[in-house]
Design a protein around this ligand. Structure first.
Ligand code: XMP
Length: 508
């Protein structure tokens, strides 16, 4: 299988590069620049390399760099933005601070090259840079921007390219074509990869890592990520999989039974631990949501520790971490920590287990395809994502059991109405949130002061960005009526109409 390695210098769009390459049906994975030594890269056997963008300046002391020997690895290389500048510098060119180009920019192709096959002489591209290549190394300039900066070059007699713009973003209309030209015309790769091909590769990787007699713990939640992880581990090590399903008391209505049944259909029979009282006692009255996340993460670790202590042959923890979790938890160079998604946090350190994260470089839609290839039932595959800390992140302000019951009931209503109208699978997530604000109501001629429930229904491709769902008014009306009728403590239903960004999907 042809593989392209994307070396990440902390660029905002690095993850997109790998995703686009996989969309072009060539397998691609990301390696942080700190781990991109020629020796390490060679073990990955890439057929081409892409060097990503990044926030630094190549001439700053301590700026991210790589061993220049990777340029002699005899594979085609494409440097993008920071990567374009770094390659130029490593080969003896010069990089300087310019006046900056941001957003839609016109470039002119000045030299014909297979990289630009199918491009017009002048095209719009998406730029985001202040530094520029002031002097190319021993290379031919292929394109120049409307401001006179080098927009693309090719190193003389070698398949090494730099582009200052971002071909991986949709705002560069012919960007995908450029990437395909690089992959197919320049690197001579074949578009044979499908996400399904990953099954054998991931299973093989788990087998290689897990020693004979060693068991692998997987915390399953019934969601697609952990179910796919457990299914992969099961394929790799059979009954040395120890799947554990913890009920933290923050699940949706009917979820325990549903999850156990779904897992059974997927061939996984977990140890079920009802720890709801333990969790709820600890978070009752806690107003700060990050604090609740921390407590829940810690309590999960305790529960798992008890499991591990009972069975010393458990040596590994497999987690269903996907790429957006990694980015948003700040585990990627240059990315800010938005929320402490506990699945990538301290669990393994607590447990003293080695970690497997087979889905780490994948997006949700890719995990879903993988799950279908593994024969996991569609009910699991198309279940909406549900945060690890459960309904605890859908209660704003002081956590109380009353508010928990309100979001639990309201969320069920939201899901039921969407399913009834065939809309459930069309949206990314749909749930209810409750805070402390009250609204005066009149129920049966009596004044009643009740909670405000906010309904959040979003569309998204990968949870990195999201838009609120424009639902038919009749459906919204049905949701609002059922919530105020069936949950006596609620007098007002509102609808959340802010995109991500600036908001996140969950309230906290
Ligand atoms: P936000 O709210 O950050 O959420 O826009 C992005 C996606 O991640 C889910 N989410 C979590 N998933 N553990 C998880 O496994 C968590 O702690 C967590 N917090 C948020 C959220 O539901 C959305 O799909």
């Amino acid at each position: 299988m042809d593989k392209v390695v994307v070396v990440n210098f902390g660029g905002q769009y690095a993850h997109l590069i790998a995703r686009r390459i996989r969309e072009a049906r060539v397998y691609s994975e990301i390696v942080p620049y700190t781990e991109a030594s020629p020796e390490k890269l060679r073990t990955l056997e890439p057929r081409a390399l892409v060097l990503s963008g990044g926030p630094a300046s190549v001439y700053e002391p301590g700026a991210p760099s790589v061993d220049p020997r990777i340029l002699d690895m005899d594979v085609p290389i494409l440097g993008i933005c920071y990567g374009h500048q770094l390659v130029a510098k490593l080969l003896g060119g010069r990089v300087e601070r310019g006046k900056g180009e941001y957003g839609r920019t016109l470039i002119e192709i000045v030299e014909e090259d297979p990289l630009f096959e199918g491009w017009n002489k002048r095209e719009f591209v998406w730029m985001s840079h202040a530094d520029y290549v002031a002097e190319v190394p021993n290379a031919k300039i292929l394109a120049i921007s409307e401001n006179g900066y080098v927009a693309a070059y090719r190193v003389m007699d070698r398949p090494i390219y730099g582009v200052q713009f971002h071909p991986e973003v949709k705002h560069t209309p012919r960007g995908m074509l450029l990437l395909k030209n690089f992959l197919f015309r320049i690197a001579g790769l074949r578009p044979t990869w499908r996400v399904e091909n990953l099954v054998d590769l991931l299973v093989e990787d788990i087998r290689r890592k897990v020693g004979p007699g060693e068991k692998v713990l997987v915390a399953v939640s019934g969601g697609v990520d952990s179910t796919v992880t457990a299914a992969l581990v099961k394929r790799a090590v059979g009954d040395r999989l120890v799947a554990v399903f913890v009920n933290h008391g923050l699940l949706r209505e009917g979820e325990v039974e549903e999850v156990l049944e779904n897992l059974k259909k997927a061939g996984i029979e977990p140890i079920y631990i009802d720890a709801s009282e333990r969790f709820l006692k600890k978070i009752e009255g806690v107003a700060d949501c990050e604090e609740r996340r921390r407590i829940i993460g810690e309590e999960f670790a305790r529960v798992f520790k008890e499991v591990v202590e009972k069975d010393p042959s458990i040596k590994w923890l497999a987690q269903g971490t996907t790429y957006p979790d990694v980015v948003e938890s700040g585990a990627v160079v240059g990315a800010d920590r938005i929320k402490s998604h506990h699945n990538v946090a301290a669990l393994p350190r607590w447990l003293g287990l080695k970690v497997l994260e087979p889905l780490r470089s994948l997006y949700k839609d890719e995990v879903r395809k993988l799950g279908l290839a593994l024969g996991i039932p569609e009910d699991v595959i198309y279940r909406h994502p549900f945060p690890g800390p459960g309904l605890a992140v859908r209660v704003i302000g002081r956590f109380t059991r009353e508010k928990l019951e309100i979001v639990r009931k309201a969320s069920r209503i939201v899901e039921e109405v969407l399913k009834k109208h065939g809309l459930y699978r069309k949206v990314w997530q749909a749930f209810a949130v409750v805070g402390d604000d009250k609204w005066v109501g009149v129920k049966g001629d009596k004044r009643s002061v009740g909670y405000i429930v906010t309904v959040r229904i979003v569309e998204s491709e990968d949870a990195m960005t999201a838009d609120w769902a424009r639902l038919p008014h009749a459906v919204m009306d049905e949701i609002a009526r059922r919530i105020t009728t069936e949950i006596p403590q609620v007098t007002m239903v509102t609808y959340a109409i802010t995109t991500k960004p600036p908001a996140t999907i969950e309230p906290c």
